[in-house]
Design a protein around this ligand. Structure first.
Ligand code: SAM
Ligand code: SF4
Length: 330
């Protein structure tokens, strides 16, 4: 088992397949992009499969592929296919901006992908362009439709609300997503942008998100057990009619570190025990110098053991991690 000093057990592994992206969301990376990792530094498909196999042997039951934009990784379908043959078979999910899903949703589902989260912050094309610096809203919408058609359910739609930019869309995004059969989730903006421009005062808090939703819709707490899920869930009603569930991820103001069950593998083979950790454990070096599975397992155990109790964003000494979200794997 991958347990830590606070009694938490890591059963979920987020695997970043690339740090590259075809969007430039303002809260994530600068318009000009970043210095991408050089190809030789990226884990190969064989190396990713090897690490996940060892992690599954240590109790990991959920594997989420992310990035950067994971659909930019060539061979992602084959990778999913290989991961789906592991024993016990982990649940396989993907977090994507949706570009390319129109083409890939079917093949990914056939290869064994179970679920997908697609990030979409606005339904307005001009705002989409302003937030992402690209004119790709239609691609995201067709990607979402293909994901649903391929049975990658539940299809979740992740949105980050930005003050004065798209914070008037909380209710309309929720209505639209539920009407289309997707599950909307709103995520507080975190200090993980490459530009280090995050400003607490600008963050739309979970409390505010709920206020924006309640201004137009009725919310009832979801009775389902939350477990280690980062999202608090509500059931949404309008004029007495149930529309479906909405999630709010209050990573900053309502941290869920006490129930965290995650560890992360970066595209260049570093294990991170938290999005906000400042340290990493290198697996790429050992992988390439011929270490055996027992040594890899020991490195995974050690990285998990070192996990801190919380992310510490509210502590006076908090320092943003050196790598941005797109390089860690969101
Ligand atoms: N490119 C894919 C995508 O956008 O879904 C996967 C990687 S992205 C880093 C994963 C998630 O992190 C997205 O839902 C995105 O909105 C979110 N994200 C990125 N930067 C963030 C930030 N500073 N605060 C909160 N969420 C952020
Ligand atoms: Fe790309 Fe996702 Fe970052 Fe947007 S949030 S720039 S889609 S990695």
């Amino acid at each position: 088992m991958l347990s830590d000093r606070y009694g938490r057990v890591a059963t979920s592994l987020r695997v970043s397949l690339t740090d590259r992206c075809n969007l430039r969301c303002t809260y994530c990376m600068p318009a000009e992009g970043l210095d991408w990792l050089a190809k030789p530094h990226l884990l190969t498909d064989d190396e990713v499969v090897r690490v996940v196999t060892v992690a599954v042997g240590l109790g990991v039951r959920d594997v989420r592929l992310t990035g950067g934009e994971p659909l930019l990784r060539r061979g992602i379908v084959g990778l999913v296919e290989r991961l789906s043959t592991l024993t016990p078979r982990p649940a396989l999910s993907l977090t994507s901006n949706g570009i390319g899903l129109e083409r890939l949703a079917g093949p990914l589902a056939a290869a064994g992908l179970d679920r997908v989260n697609v990030s979409l912050d606005t339904l307005d094309p001009a705002r989409f362009r302003a937030i992402t610096h690209r004119d790709r809203l239609d691609d995201v919408l067709s990607g979402l439709a293909s994901a649903a058609a391929a049975g990658l359910a539940p299809v979740k739609v992740n949105a980050v609300l930005l003050r004065g930019v798209n914070d008037d869309e909380a209710a309309s995004l929720t209505r639209w997503a539920l009407g289309a059969g997707y599950e909307p989730r709103f995520i507080e903006q975190m200090p993980l942008d490459a530009q280090h421009a995050w400003d607490r005062a600008q963050m739309v808090t979970a409390e505010e998100i709920l206020g924006l939703l309640r201004a137009e819709l009725d919310l009832e707490p979801d009775p389902a057990h939350r477990g280690s899920a980062p999202a608090e869930r509500w059931q949404v009603y309008e004029n007495g009619r149930l529309l479906g569930p909405v999630g709010v991820v209050g990573s900053v103001t309502r941290p869920f570190c006490g129930a965290c069950d995650r560890i992360r593998l970066t595209a260049d083979g570093q294990i991170r025990n938290c999005l906000f950790s400042r340290g990493e454990v290198d697996l790429r070096g050992p992988l390439r110098s011929g270490c055996d599975d027992a040594a890899l397992a020991a490195l995974l155990r050690g990285a998990t053991q070192a996990k801190l109790a919380g992310h510490g964003i509210d502590e006076p000494g908090f320092l943003q991690p050196p790598r941005p979200m797109s390089a860690i794997g969101g």
